[in-house]
Design a protein around this ligand. Structure first.
Ligand SMILES: Nc1ncnc2c1ncn2[C@@H]1O[C@H](COP(=O)(O)OP(=O)(O)OP(=O)(O)O)[C@@H](O)[C@H]1O
Ligand SMILES: [Mg+2]
Length: 238
C-alpha cells in the first residue's frame, strides 16, 4: 500500500527532540552539572530521588538574570536554542564550555517539571520559573530555594511523566546512583577546584532520607582529586 508522507506537528517534533537530548536521570544531572561548571561554580550539590523521578543541582555560580529567565520560561518551543554560550558555526571546534546548543533546559521543560531559582550578584532577590510539559506555571520571586548569595538551583521533577517508554527502560535506582557518582568523580578530576556532593533523597522504609552518598572536596590539582577518590596507592602509580 502506498503511504503518504506528512510532516509531524511541531509539538511532536519538539518532544521527540527533547527525549533524544535527555534520556535518563543521570543524563539530566550531567547536563545540569555541566551548566553549573559553565557558570563558574565552586560548590555543586546534587540531590536525587530516583523513586520519585526527581533531581536537582544547587550551585554558587554566576546565576541567571531575570531577563534570561523570561526566555527560559517560554518553554521548549520558543525557549529552545537560547544560549548565552552561542558560538559561530565555524568556531564550534573551539568550544570553551560544555553547553553550545541551548537545548538542555528547554528539553527538561518539555518532558519534566522544571523549576529554576536563581540570583545574580547584582540582583536583590531570587527569581524563579516553573515550566511543565511546555506550559509556564510561574515566573516571579522564588517560592522555595530562596538564597542570599549568587547562584542557581535547577530542580527537575516528574521526569518523563509524559513519556512512559523512557520510564520503562530507565536504569534501576542503584545503577542510576552509580552512574551519577562516577560522572561527578570524572568532573572532579577535570575541575579539582570545585567541590561536589551527592545526596540520595529517596526515603527508606522508615521514611528517612538515605542522605549524603558522596562528598568530593575541592583540591589543588587533578592528581589530588584522583588521590581523594581512588586512594594513595593508585595515585602513586600515576
Ligand atoms: N546553573 C546555571 N547557572 C547560570 N546560568 C545557567 C545555569 N543553567 C543554565 N544557565 C543559562 O541557561 C542557558 C540555557 O541552558 P541550557 O543547558 O539549556 O543550554 P546551554 O548550556 O547553553 O547549551 P546545551 O543545550 O548544549 O547544554 C545557558 O546558556 C545559561 O545561560
Ligand atoms: Mg547546558
Amino acid at each position: 500500500m502506498q503511504r503518504t508522507l506528512y510532516p509531524l506537528d511541531s509539538e511532536t517534533r519538539s518532544k521527540i527532540r527533547s527525549t533524544q537530548i535527555l534520556t535518563s536521570i543521570p543524563q539530566i544531572v550531567s547536563e545540569l552539572v555541566q551548566n553549573s561548571l559553565d557558570a563558574n561554580a565552586s560548590q555543586i550539590n546534587v540531590g536525587v530521588d530516583i523513586v520519585e523521578w526527581e533531581c536537582w543541582v544547587y550551585d554558587d555560580g554566576t546565576g541567571i538574570s531575570k531577563k534570561d529567565m523570561a526566555i527560559l520560561a517560554k518553554g521548549p518551543m520558543e525557549g529552545r536554542y537560547g544560549s548565552s554560550k552561542a558560538y559561530e558555526i565555524n568556531s564550534l571546534n573551539q568550544l570553551s564550555t560544555f553547553g553550545f546548543r541551548g537545548e538542555a533546559l528547554a528539553s527538561a521543560a518539555d518532558i519534566c517539571c522544571l523549576e529554576i531559582s536563581s540570583r545574580t550578584k547584582a540582583a536583590g532577590e531570587t527569581w524563579s520559573v516553573i515550566v511543565k510539559g511546555g506550559k509556564s506555571l510561574h515566573y516571579g520571586p522564588a517560592i522555595r530555594w530562596r538564597r542570599d548569595t549568587a547562584g542557581s538551583v535547577v530542580s527537575v521533577r516528574d521526569v518523563f511523566y509524559n513519556l512512559p517508554v523512557r520510564r520503562r527502560v530507565h536504569p534501576s535506582a542503584s545503577k542510576s546512583l552509580e552512574i551519577i557518582k562516577r560522572d561527578l568523580q570524572c568532573f572532579s578530576l577535570v575541575f579539582p577546584h570545585v567541590s561536589f556532593t551527592l545526596e540520595d533523597a529517596a526515603k527508606d522504609q522508615s521514611n528517612h532520607s538515605r542522605g549524603k552518598v558522596l562528598s568530593i572536596p575541592r583540591t589543588t590539582s587533578s592528581l589530588e582529586a584522583f588521590r581523594s577518590t581512588f586512594g594513595k596507592p593508585l595515585a602513586e602509580l600515576l
